[in-house]
Design a protein around this ligand. Structure first.
Ligand SMILES: [Zn+2]
Length: 159
């Protein structure tokens, strides 16, 4: 059986530069204010986590991730891994990600994000598609207040 999962997440930027780094799709982006959140606030990894949850039926972001965060686990890779525990016999065929933000500019970062995401999900880089849009000042993301990510995941097998 084929299932298609959908995930979304958004975070606002921190008001001021702190020591916290901006992390997107497992990739550190230098010289940009970080996203606000208890964890590393990796909005792309969170959207992937939610997409996986939408095919397993077990939600991780929220109570479970908050508890992991309290125990000191703030690398969002751990939330994806936690969501994947419930995939049983399902295998991932493809992941599509769409990111909206005025800044940073992502074209140069996309190859690195693809590599990190492929590695976490244990799929090939060619099975990860990422597009980015500046939002043209229309939404809070297009106005530079934060970042939104959407993710669609295609899986096959018995859940
Ligand atoms: Zn999030």
């Amino acid at each position: 059986m084929i299932k298609v999962g959908l995930g979304q997440d958004s975070h606002r930027f921190e008001k001021v530069h702190t020591k916290k780094k901006l992390v997107l799709g497992g990739t550190i982006i230098q010289d940009h204010v970080a996203l606000d959140g208890n964890s590393d606030a990796d909005v792309v990894y969170h959207a992937i986590t939610n997409a996986i949850s939408s095919v397993t039926g077990v939600n991780i972001l929220g109570r479970i991730a908050d508890e992991m965060c309290k125990s000191g686990i703030t690398d969002s890779k751990a939330y994806i891994k936690e969501a994947m525990k419930y995939m049983n016999q399902m295998t991932i065929h493809h992941v599509a990600i769409s990111i909206e933000c005025k800044t940073p500019k992502l074209a140069g970062v996309i190859p690195f994000m693809k590599e990190s995401i492929a590695s976490v999900l244990n799929i090939s880089k060619t099975s990860v598609g990422i597009t980015a849009t500046s939002g043209e000042d229309l939404t809070p993301f297009g106005q530079g207040l934060g970042i939104q990510a959407l993710c669609i995941i295609t899986v096959e097998g018995n859940g």
